[in-house]
Design a protein around this ligand. Structure first.
Ligand code: HEM
Length: 159
């Protein structure tokens, strides 16, 4: 049996990069870009071209991030299964965070996004308000999961 530590290191690094790309994209889109995009149009308008263009470009990165995070997380669990109740709790909380993030992302892609294509500026502003609230929840859940991932490594020896 080959040594397992390098494999764990490889998948942990892949997992961390996928988390950074996904959470970073949602952070950028909601906290940085949206207020600036909104300020570039009149109050009765909606920045359709920017939002649709950004959506098309970010789509592939977000879904690649989700797929890689899921697969690498599952492989890490398989290579180094939780040994204590503390580790099991961390893993369960992370699965929960991921479920919230994926649920919000799918809702955005399958419900908000198609409706946005045919919306008036007023309707788009209303749709985007909900979309942004879900983006903040996704981003916070992602940061929470990143903190759990980093904490787990250092607190394992203590609990
Ligand atoms: C199905 C859901 C998930 C599973 C099963 C999972 C599993 C794991 C496992 C087993 C580790 C290694 C812990 C260790 O050995 O110390 C880990 C680390 C980590 N996880 Fe997750 N995870 C999941 C979701 C997430 C999410 C949603 C994020 C963030 C968006 C995330 C971010 C991280 C980070 C940053 C690390 C630290 C990597 C490192 O060692 O440097 N994980 N995860």
């Amino acid at each position: 049996m080959p040594p397992v530590e390098p494999l764990i290191g490889f998948f942990a690094a892949t997992h961390a990069v996928a988390a950074a790309v996904w959470v970073g994209a949602v952070f950028m889109g909601s906290v940085i870009d949206w207020p600036v995009a909104r300020a570039t149009v009149e109050p009765h308008q909606f920045p359709f071209r920017f939002i649709v263009g950004q959506g098309h470009r970010v789509f592939v990165w977000v879904y690649a991030g989700i797929a890689i995070l899921l697969v690498s997380g599952a492989v890490l669990l398989w290579l180094a299964p939780p040994q204590t109740p503390f580790e099991s709790t961390l893993a369960a909380l992370k699965v929960l965070a991921l479920a919230v993030m994926v649920g919000n992302t799918l809702y955005g892609s399958l419900r908000t996004w198609p409706n946005l294509q045919f919306a008036t500026a007023e309707e788009a502003k209303f749709l985007y308000r909900g979309y942004m609230i879900r983006a903040y929840i996704t981003c916070s859940s992602g940061i929470f999961a990143i903190v759990l991932g980093a904490l787990g490594r250092h607190l394992k020896a203590v609990f």
